[in-house]
Design a protein around this ligand. Structure first.
Ligand code: PLP
Length: 478
């Protein structure tokens, strides 16, 4: 792909947008500048390829296509069929999955589709049988009442939020926490690692319908073979949400016991994190759940987003190329180099290191809350996010942790030497930041002091670090 073609494509697009609403064109241009200039260490973000981005900006966005490939509730879906089938085929091939459903609009949607599929598959109910053979719209109020009664009080066992689990794994602010009677498994307080014996014990006591594996902020590999054995021992369906580490599975860094696909009954993911695709979600499953999963629209989802499915097909095709495996390995090499750089300088890391794409710093060692650390780093041009650590005394809002991840910087081309320099910048900011006090003299969890000149100096060093690795080198908007 010539750089010229990419520049021409994006310049022309902005020109067309500018003619209608110049402020939107300006904001799009400004976002590129901001992304180019910031040291992005947000573990859940990445940079999709120009081809993936361009696949989203077109008339596929205009099309309604409820239903599935070849079986739509709207006419004229032949081209949507093509891209949806392609995305699903790439997903199946890439992950070795029996079935792929690429319609979910986001990770949360993918999880809802999966929960409903498991419920529908597992719970014997006359009302539910009716739901399977009839349109949802045909269900009467009485049907819904019967359905809710039959489905009620189903149990989910997932990783606790402060140990790194996700809101959608049964927690109150999310619908999953209202749908399910939830219990969580944590990590060993001494090591920070999942204690599989404790998970087995919790499963035996609680007897969940669904055992959920997967995480947003756990810096280690998970043994999915053992979790499947635990699920089987209590008759639970084993679901894995691999939203964060799908790129490492795709790139064959996580294989054998650490690849969830052969072990789980159902796997959900986002497509925009380490997988480096468009914003969206996906469900992979074993054949017996395929029919239920395919009912995601209209059971849970509205009309699919054909432009995003087109972009998923492009990104998944990219992930099947040999260089994606190299990318995935470099993500982990970089993450480990960052962890080692921080440890060498005296930082405390949850679990003492990492074997995936993310590192969780316990910033209480620097006398800071996660909120103070996050803001001080942002002042210094380093974009991260605060995150709870296990048994966090500061709760989910202020937190005691900073989560950092390497998928985005690895896409730019930064390597292990630059990760060591990044560790130096982070450590300098955190050691030079002091926690502030409230007006009444009590310690503040939000206020902090950081010398503005030092913050500027670090921001310049961060920009220098990035200068050798331009973001979207093929795109020149000037
Ligand atoms: N699952 C996990 C493990 C996540 O980390 C996230 C997002 O952070 C989601 C699901 C939700 O994804 P989305 O924001 O696309 O709904």
């Amino acid at each position: 792909m010539s750089h010229n073609a990419e520049s021409t494509a994006f310049r022309s697009a902005l020109e067309v947008i500018r003619a209608v609403e110049p402020r939107v064109a300006d904001a799009i241009g400004a976002e590129l500048t901001d992304q180019r200039e910031s040291l992005k260490l947000i573990a859940s973000e990445n940079y999709a390829s120009p081809a993936t981005l361009l696949a989203m900006g077109n008339w596929f966005s205009d099309k309604y296509a409820e239903g599935t490939v070849g079986r739509r509730f709207y006419a004229g879906c032949q081209n949507v069929d093509t891209v949806e089938a392609l995305a699903a085929e790439h997903a199946r091939e890439l992950f070795g999955a029996a079935h792929a459903y690429v319609q979910p609009h986001s990770g949360i949607d993918a999880n809802l589709v999966a929960f409903w599929a498991v419920l529908a598959d597992r719970v014997e109910s006359p009302a539910l049988k009716k739901a399977q053979v009839r349109q949802v719209n045909d269900l009467t109020e009485a049907d819904w009442f019967a359905l809710r009664r039959e489905l009620g009080n189903q149990r989910m066992l997932g990783m606790s939020l402060d140990a790194g689990g996700h809101l959608t794994h049964g927690f109150r602010p999310n619908i999953s926490g209202k749908m399910f009677d939830q219990r969580s498994y944590g990590t060993d307080p001494a090591t920070g690692l999942i204690d599989y014996d404790r998970v087995a014990e919790a499963a035996r006591e609680f007897k969940p319908l669904i055992l959920v594996g997967g995480y947003s902020a756990y810096p280690r590999k998970v043994n999915f073979r053992i979790l499947r054995e635990i699920a089987d021992s209590v008759g639970a369906t084993f679901m894995v949400d691999m939203a964060h580490f799908a790129g490492l599975v795709a790139g064959k860094v996580f294989t054998g016991d650490f690849d969830p696909v052969p072990h789980a009954h159902i796997v959900t993911t986002t497509t925009h994190k380490s997988l480096r695709g468009p914003r969206g979600g996906m469900v992979l499953c074993q054949p017996e759940l395929a029919d239920q999963v395919d009912r995601g629209c209209p059971m849970v989802l509205g009309g699919p987003l054909p432009h995003v499915m087109a972009a998923k097909a492009v990104a998944l095709a990219e992930a099947r190329r040999p260089d994606f495996a190299d990318y995935a390995q470099r993500i982990v090499d970089n993450s480990q180099a960052l962890a080692e750089g921080l440890l060498r300088r005296g930082a405390t890391l949850v679990t003492g290191g990492t074997d995936n794409h993310l590192v969780l710093i316990d910033v209480s060692g620097y006398g800071l809350t996660g909120r103070q650390a996050e803001q001080a780093l942002l002042d210094s041009g380093i974009v991260t996010n605060r995150n709870s650590v296990p048994q966090d005394p500061n709760g989910a809002w202020y937190t005691s942790g900073i989560r950092i991840g390497t998928p985005a910087l690895t896409t730019r081309g930064l390597g292990t030497a630059e990760m060591d320099q990044t560790a130096e910048l982070i450590h300098t900011v955190l050691t030079q930041t002091t926690a502030g006090a409230n007006a009444d003299g009590t310690p503040s969890k939000a206020k902090y002091t950081l010398d503005a000149d030092l913050a500027d100096k670090i921001a310049r060093q961060a920009t220098d670090l990035l200068a050798t690795y331009p973001l979207y080198p093929g795109i020149d908007l000037s």
